[in-house]
Design a protein around this ligand. Structure first.
Ligand SMILES: Nc1ncnc2c1ncn2[C@@H]1O[C@H](COP(=O)(O)OP(=O)(O)OP(=O)(O)O)[C@@H](O)[C@H]1O
Length: 411
């Protein structure tokens, strides 16, 4: 049934649901649109509505072929809606679920598009804060690019920031999707443009591997890996491409490439990837069962029980009920330094060449445990030095002063 949104738009049919609201196919004065209607409890939050109006200029001003254009922001009674260009196609998560892994050329073509979109946003002082496959739309009506990839557009700009209002989330909580969260966010620092680069490199890794570099298990373990662990190389990945991923997954934000540099470097790499099939890697198995004498520091410190599902579907805000089982935003506590530095859930997930023995198998077990101990010992030393700010935030329990986290630190 058609429903009016403000005086200019009607919605007809649901395109999809996320944790912050529902996206509808709609009609506006200039033709079809997508309307993201925020959840009622968000729409009735006066502070959030104020922020929504404040963001208007920045969001409406973003105009780039690889960013989904926001046409209007509607505040009407209980309705709070973002009116966007309709992208006829699918989102990258759906494609990835279908294909499991993409050929390097197609993966890089998609990520290049998104890097270009991000470069424009960052230049305008806007940080996305929730780059992930769900927020990358593929325009099936657009021309085919390298590797047969359709144009990719980044969507959901500003939504993470809207939700992350000082009254709604404390400085001690994190907003985002665990698999894609940059280490500085885990440490409680304000998100700058480099968090988007980290998340985008994570998406690139995921397109190539079929899994994220630090995902798996309990969300707390995922957060800890971002801070303490090093990404493990993918078997068969061209070295030039691997180096770009490593650089953009650097723990120090300043060491990562900027979005425009990343786009340029990816374009340089593209011709080398022609005709390379999807990488032949097996997803690492779940963590091997902890050795009896190794204490699960995270579980002990937090009361967390068994590791959760591979992707944490923690609601954005209490009461949210995303009706899909896909990744969603997370609002969770900034872990304390001791939680970040210990426990066997922190082992980096090493991809295996197809058919190689599992890391948890008898043949590999002794080596794996030794390696885990070394990783954790190094991690403990690194985190002890690196988490001063995060530790303070975790301990303070105070609301943060309002911080314009969407202002980019980059020109
Ligand atoms: N501009 C658009 N045009 C066409 N479809 C869209 C558009 N924006 C979003 N969608 C579709 O609507 C669905 C829901 O999007 P939404 O942004 O609400 O959720 P999400 O990003 O999947 O999850 P979350 O908000 O929890 O991170 C997505 O599957 C996407 O494919």
């Amino acid at each position: 049934m058609a429903r009016n949104i403000g005086s200019r738009y009607t919605t007809h049919q649901i395109l999809g649901r996320g944790s912050a609201g529902t996206v509808w196919l709609g009609e506006g004065p200039e033709g079809p649109v997508a309307v993201k209607l925020l959840r009622e409890d968000l729409a009735s939050d006066q502070e959030l509505v104020g922020r929504f109006v404040q963001e208007r200029t920045a969001l409406l001003g973003l105009d780039h072929p690889h960013v989904v254009k926001v046409r209007d922001l509607v505040v009407d009674g209980n309705d709070l809606a973002l009116v966007m260009d309709l992208v006829r196609g699918t989102d990258l998560r759906t494609r990835l679920d279908r294909e499991r892994r993409l050929a390097p050329e197609a993966a890089v073509a998609i990520i290049t598009d998104v890097a270009e979109g991000l470069a424009a946003a960052h230049a305008a002082g806007v940080v996305h804060r929730d780059v992930k496959p769900e927020n990358i739309l593929l325009d099936m009506e657009g021309p085919l690019g390298p590797g047969g990839a359709h144009p990719a557009l980044l969507t959901d700009f500003g939504v993470a920031k809207l939700i992350d209002t000082p009254g709604r989330t404390k400085a001690t909580r994190i907003i985002g999707t665990p698999d894609y969260l940059a280490p500085e966010i885990v440490e409680g620092l304000p998100p700058r443009a480099a968090v988007d680069i980290y998340a985008l490199a994570t998406v690139l890794y995921e397109l190539l591997a079929g899994f994220t570099p630090f995902g798996g298990g309990h969300p707390g373990a995922v957060l800890r890996r971002h801070v303490t662990e090093t990404v493990v190389p993918l078997p068969g990945i061209p070295e030039e491409l691997w180096q770009l991923i490593v650089q953009c997954l650097a723990k120090a934000p300043a060491s990562r490439l900027r979005a425009s540099e990343l786009a340029t470097r990816l374009k340089d790499v593209l011709p080398l990837l022609k005709g390379i099939p999807p990488l032949d890697v097996d997803e690492p198995d779940a963590e091997p069962a902890p050795e009896p004498y190794e204490e699960d520091a995270y579980a002990t410190a937090t009361g967390a029980g068994e590791p959760g599902p591979r992707r944490a579907a923690v609601p954005l805000v209490p009461g949210a009920s995303a009706d899909s089982n896909r990744d969603t935003h997370t609002s969770m506590r900034v872990p304390a330094p001791d939680e970040l530095s210990g426990g066997p859930l922190g082992t980096a997930r090493a991809p295996r060449p197809a058919g190689a023995p599992r890391p948890g198998s008898a043949r590999h077990k002794a080596g794996a445990v030794r390696k885990r101990r070394i990783t954790l010992a190094v991690a403990a030393v690194v985190v002890a030095g690196a988490l001063g700010a995060g530790g303070y935030l975790a301990a303070s329990g105070e609301d943060a002063p309002p911080q314009d986290s969407q202002q980019s630190s980059q020109p």
